[in-house]
Ligand binder design. Structure first.
Ligand code: NAP
Length: 545
């Protein structure tokens, strides 16, 4: 047996993640002739749609807009069965893309990247996996998604509970049958609000534990009509081009006037019209809903009135009415029959606003001083969003600097794309980019194209390294906060602010300046010779040390 150490493979790029970012990256990198390895911790492609298989999981961006635009034949041939797609349909689409472009052969599944260390002398990244593999890459692209590290609450007695536990973000692949069961659902964010109505149809009893009520709007989901699909497909080219420069990266009808510039009846009619259409377009009813508290109050109150109309039990209705944050400053939820579910005999709401889940017991839990027995407990308790997955990897840049240390006081990036001291490390939809405040598909495509074009630009000019200048990064970080502070967003204890994770720094993580304006900034940066980035050859880098 030889003890000689085998030199690790060297590739142009390691991509971490085979969700929608990773799949498109691989396709593009291949097309540009770059050698690429993709590592994916899941057993197949799909990213967030691979993991979030809970009952009722559905996208709340319309199907015709939540898909790739990079390939005309792909977007023409794919058929979405519903206005808002269910998780299995989106996963089937991801799988189709992987087959169509023969992507799986370069993806290692069931493989977690554990560490990535910069080799300054070589200008490369050494990437380690939990399977013991070591790969050296010229570029490292983190396509790890924004909402992919689940968060379990730190509740006493978790180990003592003998029933079944589930987290919405790590749902089993086999069907979970709740028939005849007493089920607890903890959490009323987007995931809980989607899951509760579906679980309630199957289970004997559902008890919903709500710490903070959320605003939810009806999706008014419906089967796709041929006329709607045909119209979109006919106009796809122009509409996709337009989407890229809109505020949210999607086509929405924004009524570009302030809420209080119209009388109350007109305002009410506008809200009602949008409620009837369904979806998040409600927030486009007026142009100042997210910047003016008084304007926002009108939109918030309309939804509270709806809740009180729908939910029969007065006490339950009151508990479901959000009062502690302006509508839209926590991610708006989109549902199918959520509030109606509380009129069912088998559903109970437990309001934790003045209490808490105190502990889990062998057969259930104790909350607000009351003991409950459950066969299953569903944790819809969210994610360590935007930074959790990046920081779970032991990433070390110049001088061995850990990313965790650099971001101790919060994420620092230039354009949400790169961070100083970590050359050739790219993040797709990273903190400081529009990311979760946009149609993710639009933002993913923009970043993938920017990253791969940048790699080609470097190769054509014989440049080995790219990294942001410290000043450009500082200015961008300040800009991201300044834009957020001009809105109502910082008023909510949201995961956008890191507020759902104990000890996480409080700052607004996504860029809320808009997808279109952000894209223009990126275009100007590139046109100005990558303003704010330092591009250099390896020798120049070594000489600068
Ligand atoms: P989330 O929005 O963070 O909601 C987590 C819920 O769990 C909140 O209600 C939270 O209460 C509650 N919670 C956490 N710890 C708790 C504890 N110890 N005791 C009681 N309650 C607790 O997470 P999510 O619903 O999974 O959604 C995360 C994001 O994923 C969404 O905002 C959205 O961006 C995305 N998503 C999208 C879709 C879609 O496209 N339709 C579907 C699902 C998810 P507090 O509010 O008091 O913290």
């Amino acid at each position: 047996m030889s003890s000689r150490r085998v030199a690790p493979e060297i590739v142009d790029a390691v991509v971490v993640g085979a969700g929608f970012s990773g799949l498109y990256l691989l396709h593009r990198l291949r097309g540009l002739g770059f050698t690429t390895r993709v590592f994916e911790r899941g057993g197949d492609v799909g990213g967030t749609w691979y993991w979030n298989r809970y009952p009722g999981a559905r996208c709340d961006v319309e199907s015709m807009q939540y898909s790739y635009s990079f390939d005309e034949a792909l977007q023409q041939e794919w058929h979405w069965p519903e206005k808002f797609s269910a998780q299995p349909d989106i996963l089937a689409y991801a799988s189709h893309v992987a087959d169509r472009f023969d992507l799986r052969r370069d993806i290692d599944f069931d493989t977690t990247v554990t560490a990535a260390h910069l080799d300054e002398a070589q200008g490369t990244w050494r990437v380690e996996t939990d399977r013991g593999e070591s790969v050296v890459a010229r570029h490292l692209v983190m396509a790890t998604g924004c909402i992919s590290t689940t968060q379990m609450p730190a509740v006493d007695g978790l180990e003592s509970y003998r029933g079944n536990t589930y987290h919405t973000g790590q749902w089993p692949h086999e069907k979970v049958d709740f028939s005849g069961q007493r089920v607890a659902v903890i959490g009323t964010g987007s995931s809980g609000i989607q899951a509760i109505p579906v679980i309630a149809e199957e289970a004997a009893r559902v008890t919903v534990f709500q710490r903070t009520p959320n605003y939810s709007l009806p999706s008014q989901n419906a089967p796709m009509t041929a006329a709607y699909e045909d119209e979109w497909k006919r106009c796809y080219r122009e509409r996709r081009a337009e989407m890229r420069y809109t505020f949210h990266g999607s086509l929405k009808d924004l009524n570009d006037v302030p809420a209080r510039s119209v009388d109350e009846a007109t305002r009410h009619a506008e809200y009602q019209k949008r409620w009837d259409i369904g979806g998040a377009g409600y927030l486009g009813a007026f142009n100042d809903l997210l910047t003016d508290q008084a304007a926002n109050d009108t939109a918030s109150e309309f939804v509270r009135e709806k809740i009180r109309d729908i939910v029969h039990d007065r006490q339950t209705a009151d508990a479901l009415c959000p009062e502690s944050h302006p509508i839209g400053t926590k991610r708006i939820c989109i549902d199918s029959g959520y509030y109606e579910t509380f009129n069912r005999d088998n559903v109970e709401l437990v309001d934790l606003s003045d209490g808490a889940i105190e502990r889990l017991t062998a057969d259930g839990l104790v909350a607000n001083g009351r003991a409950f027995a459950f066969d299953s407990i569903v944790f819809a308790t969210g994610f360590d969003a935007m930074t959790g997955t990046l920081l779970a990897v032991d990433i070390r840049g110049r001088g061995g600097l850990p990313l965790r240390r650099k971001w101790e006081a919060g994420p620092r990036t230039y354009l949400g794309l790169m961070t100083a001291e970590f050359p050739n490390l790219f993040m797709i939809t990273g903190p400081g980019s529009p990311s979760v405040k946009s149609n993710m598909m639009t933002s993913i495509e923009q970043h993938v194209e920017l990253v791969t074009d940048t790699m080609a630009h470097m190769r054509d000019r014989g440049l080995a390294l790219i990294e942001p200048e410290r000043q450009a990064e500082d200015d961008w970080v300040a800009h991201v906060q300044e834009v957020a502070n001009g809105t109502l967003f910082p008023r909510a204890n949201s995961w956008y602010m890191g507020a759902n994770i104990p000890g996480k720094p409080r700052l607004f993580m996504p860029y809320i300046g808009g997808v279109g304006p952000y894209r223009r900034i990126c275009e100007e940066v590139v046109a100005a010779g990558y303003r704010g980035f330092r591009l250099h050859s390896l020798d120049a880098a070594a000489a600068a040390e």
